[in-house]
Design a binder for this molecule. Structure first.
Ligand SMILES: NC(=O)c1ccc[n+]([C@@H]2O[C@H](COP(=O)([O-])OP(=O)(O)OC[C@H]3O[C@@H](n4cnc5c(N)ncnc54)[C@H](O)[C@@H]3O)[C@@H](O)[C@H]2O)c1
Length: 222
């Protein structure tokens, strides 16, 4: 059955790439592009176009409200927006919410390898680099990586995060571990926003049956 998909933040960098990916997916139909700059408002789109899934790549200040509106309308939500407080969308009833601060498979592996290394090496620091228009600091990926490292080595403080914002960058992260006479660097680079699309499409296909009302992290589907 074709999955009816709406995208909020559709005029943005990630939103545009997502609309294209959904249009090219044989099992999906793009039913609404929601963005203030396009003149389509979320409530009207949910009512008039009846999506099965809303994908949100909007702003840290709009994501939670968009998620609440969609769930209240019985629409499942795939969330890529970072920099908002997840506590604002806990306990919602009516549809499922899937959140991933990073949809790139390489970034998911980077976090997993970092958690593994944290069990064996004494200290870690994170350097994340993004394009200059990124609104949140530190990045959601860096915050989640720090959490995974801390969970793997709870006796040590969470690793410091250093953030760089420069034109020319997309999304890049290094996790550097240090120990006696050696360092280990785990590095991931998203060179193009297409790197996120296989993960976004996978989440659209799985969110309806994920079995939990709120699920965080693409590794849950891998
Ligand atoms: N999860 C991931 O893998 C991943 C990857 C890249 C970026 N991101 C995140 O995705 C988000 C979007 O990034 P971007 O670079 O596309 O930003 P962007 O600024 O290019 O796009 C944001 C869009 O949201 C629109 N918008 C504003 N208010 C809105 C509202 N109330 N409802 C719907 N849309 C609204 C804006 O008009 C804009 O077009 C950021 O939080 C970014 O950190 C996540």
């Amino acid at each position: 059955m074709t999955i009816r998909v709406a995208v909020s933040g559709a005029a943005g960098r990630m939103g545009e790439t997502t609309c294209l990916a959904v249009q090219n997916a044989p099992d999906m139909e793009l039913v609404a592009r929601i963005d203030p700059t396009l003149g389509l408002e979320l409530g009207a789109a949910l009512r008039d176009h009846r999506p099965d899934v809303l994908v949100d790549f909007s702003l840290p200040t709009s994501a939670a409200e968009n998620i609440r509106s969609a769930v209240a309308a019985g629409v499942h939500v795939v969330v890529g927006t970072t920099g908002f407080d997840l506590d604002e969308v806990r306990g919602l009833v009516g549809a499922n919410v899937f959140v991933a601060p990073n949809f790139a498979i390489g970034a998911v592996l980077m976090m997993s390898f970092a958690a593994q290394a944290a069990r064996h090496m004494r200290a870690a620091e994170i350097i994340e680099r993004h394009h200059e228009a990124k609104l949140d600091v530190p990045s959601g990926t860096a915050a989640l990586t720090a959490r995974r490292i801390h969970e793997a080595a709870p006796d040590r403080p969470s690793p410091p995060i250093h953030s760089v914002r420069l034109p020319g960058l997309v999304a890049h992260q290094e996790v550097i571990f240090g120990d006696l006479g050696q360092t280990l660097t785990i590095r991931h680079d998203s060179l193009d926003r297409e790197s996120f699309m296989p993960g976004v499409l996978l989440a659209i296909r799985r969110v309806r049956t994920q079995g939990e009302p709120l699920l965080v992290g693409l590794e849950a589907f891998l």
